[in-house]
Write a protein that binds this ligand. Structure first.
Ligand code: NAD
Ligand code: TDX
Length: 350
């Protein structure tokens, strides 16, 4: 068990859920969250933890080697979430993806090797495997599937996976890579399909469904993902890759209709729009390895209950997403961090 854990990108969707989960699951763990607060990083996600005695926030960029190295030196383990994470943005501008996902990951790995870090868990994605055919429902991604990323986002994540692999092979760094399917749950930035569609509908707007709507995604609740990451952190074998998924394939059209139904709206709220460039047709994860070897299984992702409770969270927390949609959450960052002196690299146990 690691008690001093450095989390990168902990102010985003999955990272903030993981911090909340780990503080409860491990009453002896001290967590440091290093996050640059890019557009998707939101300190409001962890507002209630600001004074928590076992939680420290450091405002820094993972590409900044001078700031990163002392933080890694103080930690026993790193769980690396920080990334540019939105496929559509990577189609518009690739550069932030290469910078953070590739250079940022290597900066962390360099620090981990130099400081002899005990454990590095890299949070990757099923998108590195590319796309499956709709009519081959017998096929799913396994850890042995070829790496065939199709979007600039997926390619930058695949590159980061290869750098993690190299750090393990060449320098003996104790690493694990996780590749999870599409997450849903509270605090997801409302550019991703579920919070975007839910918040549009609450505001009485239509939802933009790409192409024919028949693309398939494999949905897992973020807390199931967090539990799987902790299993990997605790018990994962060094150098291994673990797929994470909940066997919950849904076409985008079915997903959209489920959300419409929950919110009492009809198909007339669907706006069919031009397809995403290079749009992957189907993702499906075979997670039998982590279930077999680490004894994890998804327990919170069952459809439609998990979707209903997620929709309900956005219905009950309009302030959270309205401040994002209006841009007001950036003012909150400015107030908190705008004029602060540079962070003292606090020990991860502070
Ligand atoms: P997110 O966009 O909500 O959060 C990313 C966080 O990283 C933000 O807090 C952001 O401020 C921070 N960040 C970005 N650039 C940084 C930098 N240079 N230095 C420090 N911090 C930086 O993303 P998410 O959905 O929470 O995804 C987290 C991780 O999980 C990513 O690595 C992503 O590839 C992976 N993943 C996501 C999903 C999903 O469905 N969302 C599925 C599988 C894997
Ligand atoms: O407006 C939209 N309309 C639409 O039809 C949006 C934003 C999306 N979609 C479709 C595209 C996808 O088929 O919905 C599906 C899901 O889209 P996103 O929420 O953008 O997720 P996806 O592209 O599948 O990638 C997600 O899962 C894997 C995360 O964003 C990644 O970070 C993760 O690695």
């Amino acid at each position: 068990m690691f008690s001093r854990v450095l989390i990168t990108g902990g102010s985003g969707f999955i990272g903030s859920n993981f911090i909340r989960y780990l503080l409860t699951a491990r009453p002896d763990a001290h967590l440091t969250n290093v996050d640059v607060l890019s557009y998707s990083g939101n300190q409001e996600n962890l507002r209630d933890l600001e004074d928590h005695p076992r939680y420290t926030f450091i405002h820094a960029d993972i590409c900044d080697a001078d700031k990163i190295r002392p933080l890694v030196a103080e930690a026993e383990a790193v769980v690396h979430f920080a990334a540019e994470s939105h496929v559509d943005r990577s189609i518009l501008d690739t550069r932030p993806f290469i910078r953070t996902n590739v250079l940022g990951t290597q900066t962390l790995l360099d620090a981990a090797v130099a400081t002899k870090l005990e454990r590095f868990v890299h949070i990757s994605t099923d998108e590195v495997y590319g796309s499956l055919l709709l009519d081959r429902t017998d096929l799913r991604f396994t850890e042995e599937s070829a790496i065939k990323p199709n979007s600039p986002y997926a390619a930058s994540k695949a590159a980061s996976d290869m750098l993690v692999r190299a750090a393990h092979h060449t320098f003996g760094l104790n690493t694990c890579i996780t590749r999870c399917s599409n997450n849903f749950g509270p605090y997801q930035f409302p550019e991703k399909v579920i919070p975007l569609f839910v918040t549009n509908l609450i505001e009485g707007k239509k939802v933009p469904l790409y192409g024919d709507g028949l693309n398939v995604r494999d949905w897992i609740h973020v807390e199931d993902h967090c539990e799987a990451i902790l299993a990997v952190l605790d018990r994962g074998k060094s150098g291994e890759v673990y797929n994470i998924g909940a066997d919950n394939e849904q076409s985008n059209l079915d997903l959209t209709r489920s959300i419409l139904h929950i919110l009492g709206k009809g198909d007339d709220f669907i706006r069919h729009v031009e397809d995403r460039l290079g749009h992957d047709r189907r993702y499906a994860i075979d997670s039998s390895k982590i279930r077999r070897e680490l004894g994890w299984s998804a327990s919170r992702s069952a459809w439609p209950d998990a979707l209903i409770s997620t929709v309900d969270w956005y219905v009950k927390n309009p302030g959270w997403w309205q401040r994002i949609r209006s841009g007001a959450y950036r003012e909150f960052h400015e107030t908190l961090y705008g004029n602060r002196p540079p962070a003292n690299p606090a020990p991860a146990s502070a």
